[in-house]
Design a binder for this molecule. Structure first.
Ligand SMILES: Nc1ncnc2c1ncn2[C@@H]1O[C@H](COP(=O)(O)OP(=O)(O)OP(=O)(O)O)[C@@H](O)[C@H]1O
Ligand SMILES: [Mg+2]
Length: 240
């Protein structure tokens, strides 16, 4: 039996929500890394997180990416609270719904470009081997890497490696990419390539990208910017 069409459908929950997130490192003198941070980020948003060195940007990203747990407050993904999840459940959400890009690419040196992108697909085990190959090849071609499929990371430029890392982050079609200074170790040409790749993902795949950056020029070109000072949100605004 089908239920009648509802006209009062509740609004979709935000893709990512931080609710009063606080992270304190226990020590003789406890260190507050993140303090009372709240925001909601929707589908297909391209958000910069900025702030001085030591302001808690990476610590916040670890919390959002379920790589660390808050001392109080919570992270909701697609409206689902994550505070009661076991480490295995957190790992599964990371694999299925999230993609990570760090300042240093962390590609596995003994594997080729193609293999590095296929590793998260193998772990998730949703696609057949031939679909994994087709999907990884298509992702890499989208990022302009079709000529480098069989090279190892050491045989690529910094910008190329970082684009492989972006392709790997996209391997399982995540809802959300979390990037910590993805262009931090690149020159300006490679920075543009990686930035363009991220923007393209937001536009074409409706993926949300949240990227920490020191680069004020890049931050100004993202549609929203959240600025941290001393672990707290100083301001959060949409940009033209
Ligand atoms: N394990 C730790 N022990 C003690 N203090 C820590 C630890 N990890 C981080 N911190 C401190 O927490 C604060 C926030 O660190 P975090 O790495 O989140 O800053 P950040 O904004 O990412 O800085 P950067 O721009 O330099 O990468 C800093 O003052 C840092 O020194
Ligand atoms: Mg950092």
């Amino acid at each position: 039996m089908t239920s009648p069409a509802r006209t009062d459908t509740p609004p979709e929950p935000p893709l990512l929500e931080a609710r009063a997130l606080t992270r304190i490192l226990p020590a003789v003198v406890p260190v507050t890394l993140v303090k009372d941070v709240s925001f909601r980020i929707g589908k297909s948003e391209f958000v910069a997180i900025t702030g001085p060195s030591g302001s808690g940007k990476s610590s916040l990203l670890y919390l959002l990416g379920l790589l660390d747990r808050p001392t109080s407050g919570q992270v909701l993904i697609g409206g689902e609270p994550t505070d009661a999840l076991s480490p295995a459940e957190m790992a599964h959400i990371r694999l299925k719904k999230l993609g990570f890009v760090f300042q240093f690419h962390f590609l596995l040196p003994e594997f080729t470009t193609l293999e590095n992108v296929m590793i998260p697909m193998r772990k998730l085990g949703k696609l057949s081997a031939s679909d994994q190959l087709a999907q990884a090849t298509a992702l890499l071609a989208d990022l302009g890497l079709e000529d480098f499929l069989h090279r190892r990371p050491a045989q690529l430029s910094g910008g190329q490696r970082q684009r492989v890392a972006v392709a790997r982050a996209l391997a399982n079609s995540p809802d959300l990419i979390l990037a910590d200074e993805p262009t931090g170790s690149l020159d300006s040409a490679a920075t543009e390539q990686v930035f363009d790749s991220l923007r393209k993902i937001v536009e074409t795949q409706k993926t949300t990208v949240v990227a920490v950056t020191h680069d004020m020029d890049l931050a100004a070109r993202m549609e929203r910017r959240i600025h941290l000072v001393d672990g707290q949100i100083d301001w959060d605004r949409q940009q033209a």
